[in-house]
Design a protein around this ligand. Structure first.
Ligand SMILES: [Zn+2]
Length: 162
């Protein structure tokens, strides 16, 4: 089985290896898109020593100092924070086999992977609901399809405790 991209919520194959640390002992596995994003941010630190990088991370993350105000740095910290936060949510999601079939089929109805985040579900639901709304869509089945999508969304809403 191909490992999935390590970026939270991403379902693409993790075919690109990216070093977690400078000593290259551990790696993330990203899809091309996320590897590029990671590398772009990583390069910011290319001319700094590991100690300087750590100091920079701590200062940016914990707001101890604003000595460095580069936008690149802020972006990188945001990326890291998103990564860590998202990763956490991602890991807490129940494994595939423990998901009730109603939930799995709700994901399927919305054409989403079961690893999709609540945010992704909302975005997709709005797009589908707009497309299939009886007032907009033509054809006899549009109302049925709209009801199906709405019902799947409600199921997932309860599942996510929203
Ligand atoms: Zn990815």
């Amino acid at each position: 089985m191909i490992k999935k991209c390590d970026f939270p919520g991403c379902t693409k194959a993790g075919t690109c290896r990216a070093p977690k640390t400078r000593d290259l002992k551990e790696y993330w596995f990203f899809c091309q898109e996320h590897a590029a994003e990671y590398n772009k941010n990583w390069n910011y630190y290319a001319d700094m020593s590991p100690e300087e990088i750590e100091e920079d991370w701590e200062q940016q993350t914990f707001g101890a100092s604003t000595k460095r105000s580069k936008q690149d740095s802020a972006d990188y910290i945001k990326f890291l924070n998103d990564f860590i936060t998202g990763r956490d949510t991602f890991d807490k999601m129940p494994p595939k086999k423990s998901l009730p079939s109603a939930i799995v089929s709700a994901f399927k109805t919305l054409d989403l992977p079961i690893t999709a985040s609540w945010h992704e579900i909302g975005t997709k639901y709005r797009a589908l609901a707009k497309k299939h709304h009886p007032d907009i869509a033509s054809g006899d089945t549009s109302g049925t399809e709209f009801a199906r999508i709405s019902s799947a969304y409600q199921t997932l809403k309860r599942h996510f405790g929203k």
